[in-house]
Design a protein around this ligand. Structure first.
Ligand code: SF4
Length: 368
């Protein structure tokens, strides 16, 4: 078997940590390499969480920093290069420069790699897929572990005969006939790639995985080099509750910034926390998280404020100086109390999920 790397990025968030725990418990034979892309601007709790996780894994989590050799930390180095132009949702140079490029260039290099990404089974989004052909992404927590680019190739009309033949090799009887019909059925507006995928998975997840694995043998993907891949037979789907369970039962626990803290507002009690990892000034955070930062980490808030100059602000609609005016804090807390009251009527019993509705936004490289 040719040399191949198995890599998992630890973001400092709960999902990537849970995936590391899961793979350690269920697939200890995989020679996983863990890495953490340090922007230099994480909360202290994130660094502590990564240290704790490392103890459980019994393996080193390689800490990597972009702009090695610079006298400044990675974020400040690139901010200077970008003329103090703060990153934003529309101009997210930070993720590219601080996380993705160093991962692709220095951690993986040109050696074929399988990158494991912790998009959960209850999420409807695709994680970051590298454009480098030597990096293939796998999603072990989902029912469909394959990335979109792989499926588009595998389902392409020119591969249908081979795919149907592979089904003929791995399964028999009525399932074989049904699978081959689905493989050969032309795509229409109603019969999309997603529909084809769902129906094939319904016929058997492990069977589907073995067929895709067989099809990849004829294509130039890192996995084509493997003789076998243990996750092909895995039918687990890990959702949000599953992530909490993995972290709880392993003793790793949740990142401390996730712990809800009680606040009082006009006689009413509420809870706030930070919902995800990443830089303490990340522009993806919600207003109530800025208030949390201001009240729970005032020194970090002051540092975030210091970046707001020359007309640049972290949020489009207000500056941090405006946000901390007493009437604004009061309005933000009131809104948060209303949203939380609504959420507790409909959401899971996990009190930790105070801010979970925002989780789908943002950046898979930073927050998973
Ligand atoms: S956490 Fe936010 S600010 Fe930091 S690199 Fe990621 S997107 Fe950019």
């Amino acid at each position: 078997m040719n040399e191949i790397q198995h890599v998992l990025g630890i973001s400092g968030g709960k999902d990537s940590a849970a995936l590391a725990v899961y793979l350690t418990l269920h697939y200890p034979q995989l020679p996983m390499q863990y890495y953490f892309m340090d922007t230099g601007k994480e909360l202290d709790e994130t660094y502590t969480f990564i240290d704790n996780l490392e103890v459980f894994l019994g393996k080193q989590i390689t800490r990597l920093q972009a702009a090695k050799g610079s006298p400044m930390d990675p974020f400040d180095h690139y901010l200077t290069l970008y003329g103090n132009y703060l990153p934003s949702v529309q101009a997210r140079w930070c993720t590219r420069k601080l996380k993705l490029e160093p991962f692709e260039q220095f951690f993986v290099g040109d050696v074929p790699a399988i990158s494991y990404v912790a998009i959960r089974g209850d999420e409807d989004r695709e994680g970051y897929i590298s454009h480098k052909p030597n990096i293939q992404t796998i999603f072990p927590f989902r029912r469909n572990i394959w990335s979109k680019d792989v499926l588009t190739k595998v389902f392409a009309p020119e591969h249908r005969i081979a795919l149907a033949d592979l089904y003929g090799e791995v399964v028999g009887g009525a399932t074989r006939a049904a699978a081959q019909e689905l493989v050969n059925r032309p795509a229409t507006v109603q019969f999309t790639q997603a529909r084809r995928l769902t129906l094939l998975l319904d016929l058997g997840v492990a069977t589907f995985n073995h067929v895709v694995f067989g099809a990849l043998k004829q294509m130039n993907y890192p996995m084509s080099r493997l003789d076998d891949f243990p996750l092909l037979d895995n039918e687990d789907v890990v959702d949000r509750d599953g992530v909490f369970r993995l972290l709880d039962e392993s003793g790793v626990g949740m990142p401390q910034y996730y712990e809800p803290i009680e606040f009082e507002h006009k006689g009413q009690k509420g809870l706030y926390n930070r919902s995800r990892s990443g830089c303490y000034f990340c522009f993806f955070q919600q207003k109530i998280e800025w208030v949390w930062l201001y009240e729970q980490h005032p020194e970090r808030f002051t540092q975030a404020m210091a970046y707001e100059k020359d007309g640049y602000t972290w949020m489009d609609d207000e500056s941090l100086a405006d946000l901390i005016q007493p009437e604004r804090i009061s309005a933000i807390k009131e809104q948060h109390l209303r949203t939380s009251a609504q959420a507790t009527k409909t959401k899971s019993a996990y009190l930790l999920d105070v801010l979970d509705e925002s989780e789908g936004e943002g950046c898979a490289a930073c927050f998973i």
